[in-house]
Design a protein around this ligand. Sequence first.
Ligand SMILES: NC(=O)c1ccc[n+]([C@@H]2O[C@H](COP(=O)([O-])OP(=O)(O)OC[C@H]3O[C@@H](n4cnc5c(N)ncnc54)[C@H](O)[C@@H]3O)[C@@H](O)[C@H]2O)c1
Length: 231
Amino acid sequence: MTLNNLTAIVTGGCSGLGHATAIALRDAGANVSLFDLNEELGAQRVEELGSNNTIFTKVDVRDEASVQAAIDATTETFGAISLVVNCAGIAPAKRLLDKEGNPAPLGDFQKTIDINLVGSFNVSRLVAATMAKQSPINEEGERGLIINTASVAGYEGQIGQTAYAASKGGIIGLTLPMARDLAPLGIRVNTIAPGVMGTPMLLAMPEKVQHALSAKYNFLSAWGYLKSLLN
Ligand SMILES: NC(=O)c1ccc[n+]([C@@H]2O[C@H](COP(=O)([O-])OP(=O)(O)OC[C@H]3O[C@@H](n4cnc5c(N)ncnc54)[C@H](O)[C@@H]3O)[C@@H](O)[C@H]2O)c1
């Protein structure tokens, strides 16, 4: 797939991995539609990426109406959608029992599954429905590509990561059946599982946790860095 002049949706596109993805797509000549909750950052990112090829829509990835309205805004502005990168996510840490032996709140677990797993599924299914109606973009009959973001935690969750690891394990699990469902329509589905990356999500964790995670996961215990955060 050649990215030049194609249109891509990036959920969670205002921060961290999503923001870096949006920059890379813009640099490759794609139109970028940012779906994120953060309106203030959204306005900033549109200015930074260029308002001629970037739009922002306030979206909660869990909410069907909100996602559908943003998909409609994207097609109205740019035409056909060829790529979606699901980056929206949260990573709260909570042990199953706290120091006093109280069980972790059920609502915290449900919220993480809802945003990371249900949100990725929700955006993918609604974008796929739009892509399926579009004409193929090349002679191979390709209509589009969906990229989900899991995590190394989906394979090897650490202490305090029951909810996060379950949400990412769910994304890994849905990837192959989703790819099989959509292959006949010319829509590919891929999932990436990054290691520890130096983004606002990671930097919001206590320093002890940040270093414990990178010591466990990364070669040389170093974080992955994003050019967008180093500027
Ligand atoms: N940072 C890491 O080390 C790391 C490692 C592996 C996987 N990941 C995954 O990569 C993705 C991006 O993480 P990041 O580190 O860039 O995080 P980040 O916190 O920098 O960015 C996440 C973005 O998602 C948005 N968001 C949160 N809830 C939302 C919702 N309900 N609807 C719409 N947008 C919402 C936030 O506003 C934010 O802009 C996440 O799925 C995360 O789990 C991160």
